[in-house]
Ligand binder design. Structure first.
Ligand code: DGL
Length: 266
């Protein structure tokens, strides 16, 4: 099976990393639409247009199953993508909400994400469908900080402290008793340790990468990993392949040897 993984940038490599752990024997084609990133500050129509052209590209490369690793594209454009391509498409909002459901005891969850994802209320709707209450907060400064490589950095620490203090105060005012925080953006798993350090004990941090990989494995009925994984991996980006290789290695947790530059237009 050739699995296509799409993200606006290299953050979706955290999802590919989980897929490679769970399903090492499959072929993967990854596209990061780095020229048009960030999606999280754009309108629904623009995100849908970009995501549909990106999904089409992956299918043209032979993808038989698509994972939309980008939370913003999953929140704003999943229906459009599904309508545009002839292969099954899985988004990360549903899998993130499933992971939250498995984690929470109080039924109240916090979600941090891009402005576009929060404005869509896709997480709140998916949580409500599963009997949970979600309080969502946009953290628009985090993507550029991670892109800059400012992971262990005093500015990032301070920005996180402000966002998380606000989130806890706002959710308390709204009457929630959260025990779970969903990292609703591909970039945030890189800040996981810093986020966990700033939260009160009793709030568990989850991201959708593992839940997504588990769901793909279930959907494909793929056998357990073998000792000798043989996986073809192709990486495409719409902007600087050097930056993709450098930052992508950090997200994937292993070196990326070769990235091909492609042009999907504006
Ligand atoms: N991939 C996006 C997401 O998960 C974050 C980066 C962007 O804004 O494009 O929401």
């Amino acid at each position: 099976m050739n699995i296509g993984v799409f993200d606006s940038g290299f953050g979706g490599l955290t999802v590919l990393r989980a897929l490679l752990e769970k399903l090492p024997g499959q072929d993967y084609v990854y596209l990061g639409d780095t020229a048009r990133l960030p999606y999280g500050a754009k309108s629904q129509a623009t995100v849908a247009r970009y995501a549909v052209s990106s999904a089409g590209f992956l299918v043209d490369q032979g993808a038989e199953y698509l994972v939309i690793a980008c939370n913003t594209a999953s929140a704003l454009a999943l229906d459009e993508i599904r309508a545009a391509v002839p292969v099954p498409v899985l988004g990360v909002i549903e899998t993130g909400a499933n992971a939250a459901q498995a984690s929470t005891k109080s039924g109240d969850v916090l979600v941090i994400a891009t402005a576009a994802t929060v404005e869509s209320h896709a997480y709140a709707a998916a949580c409500k469908q599963r009997g949970m209450r979600a309080y969502e907060k946009a953290c628009p400064l985090l993507v550029p900080l991670v892109e800059e490589g400012w992971i262990e950095h005093p500015v990032t620490e301070e920005v996180l402290r402000i966002y998380l203090d606000e989130l806890l105060a706002e959710s308390a005012r709204a009457g929630l008793r959260p025990d779970t925080l969903v990292l609703g953006c591909t970039h945030y798993p890189l800040l996981r340790a810093q986020i966990e350090r700033k939260l009160p004990a009793g709030i568990r941090v989850i991201d959708s990468a593992d839940a997504t990989a588990t769901q793909v494995a279930g959907a494909l009925g793929v056998p357990a990993p073998t000792d000798d994984p043989q996986s073809e991996r192709s990486f495409y980006a719409t902007d600087s392949v050097e930056k993709f290789r450098k930052l992508g290695t950090r997200f994937l947790g292993q070196p990326i040897e070769y990235v091909q530059l492609i042009d999907l237009g504006g």
